[in-house]
Design a protein around this ligand. Sequence first.
Ligand code: G3I
Length: 443
Amino acid sequence: MNGNAPRTVLGALLAGAVAAAVGMLAGPADAATTLGASAAQTGRYFGAAIAAGRLGDATYTRILSTEFNSVTPENEMKWDATEPSQGRFTYTNGDRILNQGLAQGAKVRGHALLWHQQQPSWAQSLSGSALRSAAINHVTQVATHYRGQIYAWDVVNEAFADGGSGGRRDSNLQRTGNDWIEAAFRAARAADPAAKLCYNDYNTDGINAKSTGIYTMVRDFKSRGVPIDCVGFQSHLGTSISGDYQANLQRFADLGVDVQITELDVAQGGNQANVYAAVTRACLAVSRCTGITVWGIRDSDSWRTGENPLLFDNSGTKKAAYTSVLNALNAGGSTPPSDPPPSSTTPPPSGAGCTATVSLNSWTGGYVATVRVTAGSSALTGWTVTVALPSGSAVTSTWSATNSGNTFRNADYNGQLAAGASTEFGFQGTGTGPAAAPTCQAG
Ligand code: G3I
């Protein structure tokens, strides 16, 4: 007994010392061992772009379901994939990505409703109002199909020019009028009010002319009440990262939008692990940076052939870059603000017909009105809304409806509403906006 006692005390002391040493090496007691779980500790997601064609690959799906708590379809929700001929929508592969994400409890980022690339050939041959109408219809249809299931949509992708102009890129969409982006965001909001709506672009990985052009657009959208919730920074990076990468994210966040790293990949080189860690730390330091997505899983899955830019090698083994990201995530960071409760939905009116409500964003001499049209107890095949305007007020532009003076008719893509369903249109005017509730008539 006497001989055992000191050994027991010594054993306990040693065990405590070992535990303390292990604790120090392991970092915080709750250090997570996968990217998604680690990001979740600060309220963020860590996602990957995935391809429907690879979901039969066992190594790929094992890594996907173990490591990631967000998915983005690499190609399957783009315009050419979802509307190969006009008005004929195909969601098979997009739905496979959605279902994979939902099955593993991941967020699903929608990518991308409108883009100058990967347009179906029929859209490439359109222009003017025919293209505008087709584009807005596309946004409405696809966002409606996925309504309530998408965490964030890249509503518009890559609409700004490279180089020093800070202006828009020329494209068939841009040639339909400078307001095509806001029209797309308004249509997306009307179709899926729960999804965060993002603008997404590349070469915006620091404060430069292109990111400043986008910054100016987002500031303008926020000031006029155009619905935008987030900005995606693709972050297809070379062997270094700009010193103002984090400051750039922060200036957008300060406008009142979330920021997300949406397509991260980094050229392999001596610095790859460091660049990955720096991007991760920058996101963690910006409280409104809600998550990071890498653009593929293994190097062999990447669009950047030969650059080995991802976190897993061709055989699915974790690279040094993986470890540096996991360590950076486990070091913690600021916590994103929790989302506001979902906006309350207006109960459908009890009678047939329809109702309309208006919300205003006014400034001295002008306003933007957003009108919500809700079908009554019967489905609608069309609607007409009349808005009482004070004298001196004139409508200068309208979206998602056509107007004659203060009377607005549905566009060809948003006249059909199921009983109780809603849609939105808007108009801009001079003078003072409507003070009374609009009236709505079916037909
Ligand atoms: O599926 C067809 C296949 O049937 C055909 O045999 C083959 C022949 O080329 O093409 C296959 O489609 C390719 C598709 O990727 C799927 O692999 C397309 O040609 C090819 O153009 C397409 O590339 C995609 C690219 O966007 C299109 O511009 C990449 O996978 C995708 O990673 C890339 O993603 C973009 C983001 O959407 C936006 N930001 C930049 C990023 C990288 O370019």
